[in-house]
Unconditional design. Structure first.
Length: 125
C-alpha cells in the first residue's frame, strides 16, 4: 500500500470507530483502528488504551445521539502522520454543530498510535 492509501485507510477505520453502534462493535472497531497503547488527546479529553478510547467515544455518542462523524475534505499525510477535517452531522437535518481537525500518528501496522484533536466548532451549552 502506498502512503496515501495507508493514511486514508487509517482515517476510515478511525471514523468507523466513532460511528459504530453498540459497545461490543465499538470495542472491536477501536482495536482495529488503534494500537493497544494508542491514545487520544483534544481540548476536552486525554485518554489512552483501547478501554480509554472506547469509553471516550461512547460518551461522545451518548451526548450526540442521532449524529454521524464524517470526513470533511481530503486526508493529507506523509510518513507516519496524517491530518484531516471532520464534522459531526445530524442524521435528521444535516446540521453540523461540531467540527474539528485531527492529526494522527500511525504505527508500522497502520493503526493509530496517537490522535491530536482540535475543535473548530463546539456548542456553547
Amino acid at each position: 500500500m502506498n502512503a496515501a492509501t495507508v493514511h486514508a485507510a487509517a482515517v476510515a477505520r478511525y471514523l468507523e470507530a466513532w460511528n459504530v453502534a453498540g459497545d461490543e462493535a465499538r470495542g472491536k472497531a477501536v482495536a482495529a483502528a488503534w494500537t493497544e497503547d494508542g491514545g487520544y488527546t483534544d481540548p476536552l479529553a486525554q485518554v489512552g488504551g483501547h478501554d480509554g478510547v472506547t469509553a471516550l467515544i461512547a460518551g461522545a455518542r451518548a451526548r450526540f445521539p442521532g449524529f454521524t462523524f464524517r470526513l470533511a475534505g481530503e486526508v493529507d499525510g506523509h510518513h507516519d502522520i496524517a491530518r484531516f477535517r471532520w464534522e459531526l452531522v445530524s442524521d435528521s437535518d444535516g446540521s453540523a454543530p461540531v467540527a474539528g481537525f485531527d492529526v494522527i500518528e500511525l504505527a508500522e501496522d497502520g493503526r493509530i498510535r496517537q490522535v491530536y484533536g482540535f475543535l473548530d466548532r463546539w456548542p456553547e451549552a
